[in-house]
Write a protein that binds this ligand. Sequence first.
Ligand code: HEM
Length: 207
Amino acid sequence: MKPEDARFIKAIIFVNSLVPLALLAWDAAHKNLGANPLEYVTRTTGMLTLIFLMLSLAVTPLRKMTGWNWLGMNRRVLGLYAFFYGSLHFLTYIWFDRFFNFKSAVGDVVQRPFIAVGFASFLIMIPLAITSTNKMVKRLGGKRWNRLHKAVYVAGILGALHYWMLVKSDTRLPLTFAAVLAVLLGYRIFSANRTTKTQTRPTIIPR
Ligand code: HEM
């Protein structure tokens, strides 16, 4: 693929990722957020956080399986959108649910374990977003950066767990997210094992 085509796809992904926010803002402006607007916005932003986290985790397996290397350049933007929607999710909670009463938020974290799990997932995403720039990759060095960014797997697991914990009856959707996550992480374990095996195999030098 030509670099300008890859850049065009990146721009399409960037703009389209804002569409859910635009729709939410449109609904808010038209007072169309249902009987419980707080719940509506919290749930929508939470769902978007998880979806973008999954999309960013899907990039590497898809790139490796299809050989579409241009996919790789979209991983960062998808991850940053996960953080962006996660920040909106947190802001909705702390503003409209807790009215910036941080003491009450801490109490909630202690009383409702699903809040603590969601919070942990969000906290993990903060250093990942901060170190997502090229400058930070250079500053940390590739190896250290890669090691740090493996924390995104933990953020994904905690995000899916948070969702599963808060759903009271129909757990089909949270379990679907958990299954997709298991496939995405399982692929990584499988391909890491295969690489190690290939690397440790003795080299046969042809005579
Ligand atoms: C910053 C810390 C977080 C807090 C305080 C928080 C809090 C909440 C609350 C109060 C709800 C609504 C529960 C209900 O209506 O019964 C919710 C829903 C949700 N949150 Fe979070 N959350 C946090 C982080 C996250 C993160 C990091 C993710 C994803 C990785 C996430 C994904 C979700 C999902 C998927 C839902 C449910 C959406 C639905 O019902 O359709 N949350 N969260």
